[in-house]
Design a protein around this ligand. Structure first.
Ligand SMILES: Cc1ncc(COP(=O)(O)O)c(C=O)c1O
Length: 362
């Protein structure tokens, strides 16, 4: 469990916006305001606890927001990734190519789906998987590519779409950190055969707990995903099961909070972009820091800077702003012992050099 994942509200329903107040700017700062509490209480009092009306409305609204035809909610982002792969027919004989520079859940989900994660190195400029690298890393067993929009920076999806089409493989976006991020004027979530989001409280929007969402334009994929999230039910009757499914649904109370959060998302992302401009201005003359490439279409789940010495952001940032930060992920290779250290030099470099600060937009 992360620090600060619980907002310190006083819990009163008639208070307007209540935001965590701390002396330090924290890594995350989930908001739970009066409108969200009201919606949560209403869902608890008037809907089925599971798969109530709020869930269906949240799915519809989230699909529309992403520009996708369908959305299926899940119990977490990890479950969304696993179920999306399985809904696309990925199985134990297949490999899924992804980045070694991500949260461990990306490769966990591939393994949970029964497949084998394969890795190729990241791009030196944007830290994301590159389509050229992915192309070189693919083998006959590769049946899907899973680029990750890390820290809210979208991957170059036109290149991945072309590659996936050329090779006849599936494309799944790990958009767990990228709610509302845009690439070429389109929101992430509609580029792949499926895309997956997490609502864990550190994300740009949450549901007041764990949760996830799969978006897709393919009706069959959405039906398969719905069936897998709901114990394998085929939708015809309560006890008609057509698959070995999971219990990985979103609760109505969480969906009700998510609906209100979704309405706020664009405003929060705009605030994050404004803060990124401030960070840039204040950090540009600081020694030992290399700033990220600027891009207004990012959703800035975190603000990454490269540092030449591991302790330098701590000293600089603490002195000036007391901004909480952390160093980023170790290259994650599904904990495979057959992959030698240093196999992915760029991802290792990013681990050594990349520090992230989160934002407190509200
Ligand atoms: C890139 C990425 N993928 C997948 C996940 C998994 O999401 P969840 O924690 O909701 O299972 C996360 C969550 O932090 C993530 O950052």
């Amino acid at each position: 469990m992360e620090q600060n994942d619980r907002p310190k509200t006083t819990g009163s329903l008639n208070q307007s916006t209540q935001v965590l107040q701390t002396r330090r700017i924290p890594l995350m700062n989930p908001v739970l305001d009066g409108e969200m509490l009201e919606a949560a209480l209403h869902a608890l009092q008037s809907e089925k606890f599971v798969m109530g009306e709020s869930v269906h409305k949240f799915e519809e609204e989230f699909a529309k927001y992403c520009g996708a035809r369908y959305a299926v909610s899940t119990g977490s982002g990890t479950a969304a990734l696993q179920i999306a792969l399985q809904s696309l027919g990925i199985t134990h004989t297949d490999s899924v190519l992804t980045t070694p520079f991500s949260f461990i859940a990306t490769s966990n989900a591939i393994i949970h789906a029964g497949a084998t994660p394969q890795f190729s190195d990241t791009d030196a400029v944007d830290f994301n998987l590159s389509a050229d690298g992915a192309k070189r890393g693919m083998t006959e067993k590769t049946k899907a590519i899973m680029p990750v929009h890390l820290y809210g920076r979208p991957c170059r999806m036109d290149e991945f779409q072309e590659l996936a089409q050329q090779r006849g493989v599936k494309l799944v976006e790990d958009a767990c950190q990228a709610h509302g991020a845009e690439y070429m004027g389109k929101r992430v979530g509609s580029f792949g055969d499926a895309a997956c989001f997490s609502f864990y409280p550190s994300k740009n929007m949450t549901v007041g707990g764990d949760g996830g969402m799969i978006t897709t334009n393919d009706e069959q994929v959405s039906e398969a995903a719905r069936c897998l999230t709901d114990c394998g039910r085929d939708g015809k009757s309560k006890y008609a099961m057509s698959r070995i499914g999971y219990t990985s649904r979103l609760n109505s109370v969480n969906a009700a909070i998510g609906r209100v959060q979704l309405q706020r998302l664009d405003g929060w992302n705009l605030a994050r972009r404004r803060i990124a401009v401030l960070y840039r201005k204040e950090l540009e003359n600081v020694k030992n820091i290399e700033l990220p490439i600027e891009d207004i279409s990012l959703s800035y789940a975190a603000h990454c800077v490269n540092v030449s010495k591991r302790d330098s952001p701590q000293k600089e940032q603490r002195r000036v702003y007391t901004i909480q930060y952390r160093f980023t992920y170790k290259p994650r290779t599904g904990e495979r012992t057959d992959i030698a250290r240093g196999t992915f030099p760029q991802a290792s470099f990013s681990r050594e050099k990349c520090s992230v600060s989160h934002f407190t937009p509200a």
